[in-house]
Design a protein. Structure first.
Length: 305
């Protein structure tokens, strides 16, 4: 039992639903722990936590949409704001990792007294989505930013690049202790959805408010799905999906990075430094290479020539 005055930090999850007798697809995600882990790893400021957390959440949702465990999703979001480039990578489990060019951005609150994500991200730029799903060439979709709020930008991406009308909501609630709640949802009408059903969803979304607020009020994803669709007979089609922030870096991967810099550059490091330290941008883990290890890597060049 938890101590008095504390609350259990419930696990993150993604649940897929069908509403209106299968005519509306709904994916809801709770990513509070995932975003908090990213905040700690990258030492993110509050506004960057909010922006990067939104990107991590939509990456988790889109990653889980992929069919095979070998599939890989990479999303690059580059705006003209001070955050700079944000990049996320996921598989379909989904395991997600990412990095931010400038994790320490600090801005005044916007006119509504909220974290100014759009100014931090920037109003101009693009989303670049790469889906490696086992075909000869990966799918690449590029879409311009429309607001820097990220949810609106991805709704625009889905229409322009994947030709599917979507309602997207992403939210991260941050306080002095870190991430209070984070999550999002993606709604897609099927071809047989009626205008009346779509109108009901639009009205429901307008009335319910922010996803982060609903999660902070401890609503379940099923309760949220009912609220955002206006359908109390919503059907769960897949649950028990747990998105996690996890980096798959290793010393072997870093060795490959050393090989990639080229034979001459590697020899220069051996001669001048006699050692090397590489850091993973996704998890900030450091890897040390001694002079003997560097010489063995260099020897591989000679063996392959």
């Amino acid at each position: 039992m938890p101590k008095k005055g504390t609350t259990l930090n419930m696990a993150d999850e993604i649940i897929k639903f069908l509403a209106y007798e299968g005519k509306i697809s709904v994916i809801c995600a709770k990513t509070t722990n995932l975003v908090e882990k990213a905040r700690k790893i990258h030492d993110l400021s509050p506004v960057v936590t909010a922006g990067f957390g939104r990107l991590l959440t939509i990456t988790a949702i889109m990653g889980n949409e992929m069919k095979n465990k070998e599939d890989k999703l990479t999303i690059q979001l580059k705006g003209n704001g001070p955050i700079g480039t944000m990049l996320t990578v996921a598989n379909n489990y989904p395991k997600i990792k990412g990095y931010v060019a400038n994790p320490y951005v600090d801005l005044p609150l916007n006119e509504f007294g909220k974290l100014d994500v759009s100014k931090a991200v920037g109003y101009e730029g693009y989303i670049n989505v790469i889906k490696d799903i086992g075909l000869k060439e990966p799918y690449i979709g590029i879409s311009p930013l429309v607001s820097g709020e990220i949810a609106e930008d991805f709704a625009n991406y889905f229409v322009n690049s994947e030709q599917r009308n979507s309602a997207v909501a992403l939210g991260v609630l941050v306080d002095k202790n870190g991430v209070k709640s984070a999550g999002g949802y993606l709604i897609n009408p099927m071809p047989d959805a009626t205008e009346e059903e779509i109108s009901k969803i639009e009205k429901a979304i307008f009335n319910v408010g922010a996803i982060s607020k609903m999660l902070d009020e401890k609503l379940t994803l099923e309760e949220i799905a009912k609220k955002i669709t206006g359908d109390n007979n919503i059907k769960i089609i897949k649950n028990n999906i747990t998105p996690i922030y996890e980096c798959d870096c290793s010393k072997k991967h870093m060795e490959e990075a050393l090989i990639a810099i080229g034979k001459e550059e590697l020899y220069k490091i051996i001669e001048e430094d006699g050692k090397a330290e590489l850091m993973c941008h996704f998890c900030n883990k450091k890897y040390q290479f001694s002079k003997d290890e560097l010489l063995k890597i260099y020897q591989k060049y000679n063996e392959n020539e």
